[in-house]
Design a protein. Structure first.
Length: 241
């Protein structure tokens, strides 16, 4: 025991992250989470790429409107425990007002509440459902896709960047939409190369992924009796048939 305690300070000293440069690719705000002091001037030994899926709110509402152009009622599913629920809700509500839509905010804290969410959707007669990005919904994507098909609700999921963009659509969901993982890895790899050539992380601004990938499951669309607009299909990065 004495031997372990005596070695502990030395072990902690060796684990200090400031001893080497770090390039990250994260789906959170690196400033808010204390990784860097600012996006333009990281100011330390860390820099990288940020992928903020919550900023997809307006785009997702526009997609829902394109899928169900005559619908006036839409719904947004969020996890109220998410640190980004306020931003996502605010942006989606603003987009809905611009589009002349009535948006209902539904909540689920666990997969046990999914069935209640879809029962509420049926009562509200929502034309489409947008699912906000959250690990709870990613883990429950198969269940959500099954419920959406059972209740005949066109559903769009904002995929988290740390997971494959096609995940929800591949599980039977109608549309997956999210930042490009490949683009995030490419940007991070570029920074690794620059640092290996002598540049300092503190001098490399944190980059943000701007490429958005869209995956559409046509099999699900047919099962829903839904015709996906040709303009939407033309913008898709992948179509599952």
């Amino acid at each position: 025991m004495r031997h372990s305690v005596a070695r502990l300070p030395h072990w902690r000293q060796r684990q200090r992250p400031a001893q080497f440069p770090v390039v990250f690719a994260v789906a959170v705000d690196p400033v808010e989470f204390g990784l860097v002091s600012s996006l333009n001037r990281p100011g330390g030994n860390l820099t990288g790429v940020t992928i903020l899926s919550v900023e997809l709110g307006p785009k997702l509402m526009q997609l829902a409107h394109e899928l169900a152009p005559v619908a006036t009622v839409m719904a947004l599913l969020v996890n109220p425990t998410s640190p980004y629920v306020e931003i996502l809700t605010r942006d989606a509500m603003a987009a809905a007002r611009t589009l002349g839509l009535q948006l209902h905010i539904l909540q689920a804290r666990s997969e046990r509440e999914f069935a209640t969410v879809f029962a509420t959707l049926t009562r509200l007669r929502a034309g489409a459902l947008v699912i906000g990005s959250d690990v709870l919904f990613t883990n429950g994507s198969k269940q959500l896709a099954t419920l959406a098909l059972r209740h005949a609700v066109p559903t769009i999921y904002a995929t988290r960047a740390i997971y494959a963009t096609r995940g929800f659509a591949e599980s039977g969901g109608l549309i997956s939409c999210g930042p490009s993982i490949a683009d995030a890895h490419r940007l991070a790899g570029t920074y690794v190369g620059r640092i290996l050539k002598g540049e300092k992380p503190a001098d490399l601004p944190v980059q943000q992924v701007t490429k958005i990938e869209l995956v559409i499951n046509l099999k699900t669309a047919k099962a829903l009796g839904l015709t996906v607009p040709a303009t939407l299909l033309a913008r898709a990065d992948e179509v599952i048939e």
